[in-house]
Write a protein that binds this ligand. Structure first.
Ligand SMILES: Nc1ncnc2c1ncn2[C@@H]1O[C@H](COP(=O)(O)OP(=O)(O)OP(=O)(O)O)[C@@H](O)[C@H]1O
Length: 227
């Protein structure tokens, strides 16, 4: 479902050049959960950003189903991202002046869904992450784990094919991290959402079907499927 071919990225030029990714290739099946691990600076976030079309590659191809992400124009890419992908980051990236449900509804509003319908779907997403009773709270009135669940509600509100997560548990204590990972498991089990997650935590990585380990811009280990 996701096909990565010869993905290459260099930041900077000349002496200052960093070859962040070197000819990375692999496939991810629909419904698979994949962890990307490896030491700091090995290229994990760069890989995630190139796959999601957030950053431009120097060379290579990224196919999502029949769609060549590497060939899309910015406007087509934005729409594709909005409709087919959800994003979760370590630092939540919630809008502080919007309530939980308004944050969760943002991707729908951006797609032109009317406020009332967007609210209903945002409430449904908040229910799925166990936060329906906090819908009117602002990010400053919620705990870290609750804010990450709001961010997950926002990521899944459009029922994406793929959820990209960059260190989603990085800012959370062990118990809260466990809850968030349990939630991602549930989303994968119930909705077959494909999940690709960058994490440096081996215990979190062990919870996904497959672990890809990177070093110095290359894949050095691909753990295969647990099933
Ligand atoms: N915008 C940028 N400009 C210059 N260099 C960059 C940029 N983004 C990343 N890099 C470099 O590319 C390499 C890969 O970075 P990347 O963020 O992908 O690593 P990472 O494995 O996600 O690291 P971490 O675990 O520390 O977040 C690093 O050497 C980094 O310094």
């Amino acid at each position: 479902m996701i096909r990565i071919q010869g993905l290459t990225k260099t930041f900077g030029t000349g002496e200052a050049a960093t070859r962040a990714l070197k000819q990375v290739s692999f496939d991810i099946q629909q419904g698979e959960t994949v962890s990307i691990t490896g030491p700091s600076g090995c290229g994990k976030t760069t890989l995630l950003h190139l796959m999601a079309g957030i950053e431009q590659m120097d060379a290579g191809e990224v196919w999502i189903g029949d769609t060549p992400i590497h060939l899309l124009k910015e406007r087509e890419l934005s729409r594709f991202r909005l409709e087919k992908m959800g994003f979760v980051f370590q630092s939540y990236h919630l809008v502080p002046v919007l309530s939980a449900w308004e944050n969760a509804a943002l991707p729908l509003i951006a797609q032109g869904v009317k406020r009332k319908a967007a609210r209903e779907r945002a409430m449904d997403a908040l229910m799925r992450v166990g936060l329906a009773d906090r819908a009117n709270r602002y990010p400053s009135e919620l705990s870290g784990g609750q804010n990450q669940r709001v961010a997950i509600a926002r990521a899944i509100v459009g029922e994406p094919l793929i959820l990209w997560a960059d260190e989603p548990t990085g800012a959370l204590d062990t118990d809260t991290a466990e809850q968030v990972v349990g939630l991602l498991d549930m989303l994968n089990n119930h909705y077959r959402t494909t999940i690709v997650m960058v994490t440096h935590d081996p215990q979190i990585a062990a919870r996904t079907h497959r672990t890809i380990r990177m070093q110095n811009g290359r894949i050095v280990h691909d753990g295969g499927d647990r099933s």
